[in-house]
Design a protein around this ligand. Structure first.
Ligand code: CA
Length: 257
């Protein structure tokens, strides 16, 4: 944590661009801004930023395409900013490669909280023990936990340290959000995690802080869960891993005998 973190703001609206620049600067980032998609992709190549905020509606190429191009060479955290709440579902469903989404107008402190949460998650290989959470395993956990952030459940193996997930031996390519959700459920065992719990988990808040959770936040967890389920090849009717508890949230399916 010695060198300064680099932030890149890709946004054509000057007011929002300056707002986001301020938020990132206050959060300790060295910030560069770009006002078009092409400019943004170039800047991402040159700067190797840690965090990128990306406007969906840009004058030249849209945020999806920008995200796709950036993902070809960068592992930066990408927060997509969208102007319309009703676009959110479609957005998340399209697996744009973004790590998080925020609807405009947003509160600066919300953006700051999202970015702080992302930065607390390990990008790839963490510095071992102290960055591996999950020391408070429920006693009746359905998954086999080895105490070092590694879980095995019904043919699925997850390692927090290497951020890897395999199903029946084949490696899956999950987004950070999907990984985090799966990890939260494995960690909870057969205890139900409500959608609010999971929203807070993604924000890296404690489960019981009582911060505001919107319907869009919960909906976004549902969509991420749907994507995760698809990638796992899991069935909602006869789940091997992700069991929906109707109207409440999710928990791990029972261990197969
Ligand atoms: Ca725009």
């Amino acid at each position: 944590m010695s060198e300064a973190r680099v932030g890149l703001v890709i946004e054509d609206d000057q007011d929002i661009r300056e707002l986001v620049r301020t938020v990132l600067t206050q959060a300790g980032f060295e910030v560069t801004v770009a006002s078009s998609g092409h400019e943004g992709v170039l800047a991402a190549k040159t700067l190797n930023p840690d965090v990128i905020t990306l406007d969906l509606g840009l004058p030249d190429i849209d945020g999806f395409e920008v995200s796709r191009q950036i993902r070809e060479f960068s592992d930066a955290y990408i927060v997509m900013l969208t102007a319309r709440a009703d676009e959110l579902d479609t957005l998340i469903g399209l697996e744009s490669g973004a790590d998080d989404y925020l609807t405009k107008p947003f509160r600066p402190r919300e953006l700051r909280a999202r970015i702080a949460a992302m930065m607390r998650r390990p990008r790839s290989l963490p510095d071992q023990a102290d960055s591996v959470p999950g020391t408070d395993q429920p006693v009746d956990a359905a998954a086999t936990a080895t105490g070092d952030g590694t879980y095995s459940h019904n043919g699925l193996d997850l390692s927090y340290a290497s951020r890897s997930v395999t199903v029946d031996g084949s490696e899956l390519n999950l987004t950070r959000t999907e990984f985090e959700l799966l990890y939260a459920l494995l960690e909870a065992g057969r205890t139900v995690r409500t959608k609010s719990d999971l929203v807070r988990r993604l924000r890296d808040e404690d489960y019981d802080v009582g911060s505001y959770i919107s319907e869009a936040d919960e909906r976004s967890v549902e969509v991420h869960m749907g994507n995760l389920r698809k990638k796992l090849g899991d069935s909602p009717q006869r789940p091997r891993w992700l069991q929906t508890v109707r109207g409440v949230g999710y928990r791990l399916a029972p261990a197969e005998r």
